[in-house]
Write a protein that binds this ligand. Structure first.
Ligand SMILES: Cc1ncc(COP(=O)(O)O)c(C=O)c1O
Length: 400
């Protein structure tokens, strides 16, 4: 009999973390490697947020807190939802966890039974299908390809819904494509959901603040108030406030679901770090102007990366609305052979050859459920990006 559980056998380790680790190892071994796999801003946490954490330590805020969040943080989150999304929640409708990942996981664990289906548009954030599997549910993957700018169409959503559908996971702007849904595009999906009252929406708004040009962010419960009672609106401070290591995420939804998520958390991790929670209070209540400053840098990088990748033979790279990723198609490279002799049969072969021959680490599309493509994170310096894209151009130009 296996020592490890059958549950564990259903999931795989995160492929994005695997790429980052591989790139780090090659670098440590002295190879000239540029990593474009990171899922976190390269900016530092703002000083006022760090100061708030230090002050919390000095005040002795170092004890257990309420399991699913300090009252002060819940109040700051309620204010944020009102201010940014025109959504009214009470503190009893808010759950704070150790990162956005934990709140999403809690919600799935608290609601899924064997046979329950969860609709996940592909390409997807790598953790959604595995979290669904860990919770005993069945992921239903629906492709949203480059032809529809990586956005799920209402027809595809409607066709995927069955009597067993419990959740629809919605992520805009998206990891890995950066695609952001306009208000009309969100409305087209919520119109479908209004016809299926048994389906709940898990909206992962983690990249809400990272949007460019004149894109306006919208979230389902805001666009369609009729879905308020069956929507869990998820967000966090990790990406917008460059706080990935602090581990604070939060979700808002019906009180009975929030209570169940808290019960689960009370028997696993208890409260997120008290110090990180006080830092998050400052992040949400304090000055927000550095977000625009960071976004100006991200936009400049996005534009450069898109231009340079589109100049590489065989690559087509759409311009995304947000996040810090682009998701170029490599359909034009498939079937060719690299200068080092690797046959590019799929996107994993492409990424492996690119890393080995040119020292550029990207995550291949199959990891996100949509091939042939790869994900570039542009959360790294302009110089790194220029050099990496030059190497990708060289790599593609020498495919035969
Ligand atoms: C779409 C999406 N949701 C949630 C998360 C999780 O964020 P956190 O670091 O707060 O757990 C990530 C992190 O990569 C993400 O890309």
């Amino acid at each position: 009999m296996s020592f490890l559980s059958a549950t564990l056998a259903r999931v795989k380790p995160s492929p994005t973390i695997a790429v980052t680790t591989k790139a780090r190892e090659l670098k440590a071994a002295g190879k000239d490697v540029i990593g474009l796999g990171a899922g976190e801003p390269d900016f530092d946490t703002p000083q006022n947020v760090k100061d708030a954490a230090k002050a919390a330590i000095d005040r002795g805020e170092t004890k257990y807190t309420a399991v699913d969040g300090l009252p002060e943080l819940k109040a700051a989150i309620c204010d944020k939802f009102k201010r940014d999304n025109n959504l009214s929640y009470t503190p009893a409708q808010i759950s704070v966890g150790s990162g956005g990942k934990q709140t999403l996981y809690n919600a799935l664990m608290a609601t899924l039974n064997p046979g329950d289906e969860v609709i996940i548009p592909a390409p997807y954030w790598v953790s959604y299908p595995d979290m669904v599997l860990l919770a005993g549910g069945t992921p239903v993957i629906v492709e949203a390809g480059i032809e529809t700018a990586f956005k799920l169409t209402p027809q595809a959503l409607e066709a995927a819904i069955t009597p067993k559908t419990k959740w629809f996971i919605f992520n805009s702007p998206s990891n890995p494509t950066g695609a952001g849904y306009t208000r009309d595009e969100v409305k087209a999906l919520t119109d479908v959901l209004m016809r299926h009252p048994h389906v709940w929406v898990m909206s992962d708004d983690m990249y809400e603040k990272l949007v460019y040009d004149d894109f306006v962010f919208s979230t389902p419960a805001e666009v369609e108030p009729g879905l308020y009672d069956r929507t869990l609106t998820c967000n966090g401070v990790s990406k917008a406030y460059a706080m990935t290591g602090w581990r604070i995420g939060y979700a808002a939804g019906p009180a009975h679901l929030i209570k169940a998520m808290g019960t689960l958390q009370s028997q696993s991790t208890s409260n997120p770090s008290s110090i990180a929670q006080w830092a998050a209070v400052e992040a949400l209540n304090g000055p927000q102007d550095f977000i625009a400053a960071n976004n100006a840098v991200f936009k400049r990088r996005r534009d450069m990366v898109v231009d340079m990748l589109n100049a590489a033979p065989g690559i087509t790279c759409p311009v995304p609305e947000g996040a810090f990723y682009v998701y170029p198609s490599i359909a034009g490279c498939i079937g060719k052979t690299s200068a080092g002799g690797t046959k590019i049969e799929n996107d994993e072969a492409f990424a492996t050859a690119l890393l080995e021959e040119k020292g550029v680490a990207v995550v291949f599309g199959a990891a996100f459920g949509l091939s042939p493509a790869f994900r570039v994170s542009y959360a790294t310096s302009d110089e790194n990006l220029r050099e990496a894209c030059t190497r990708i151009q060289e790599f593609c130009a020498t495919l035969t």
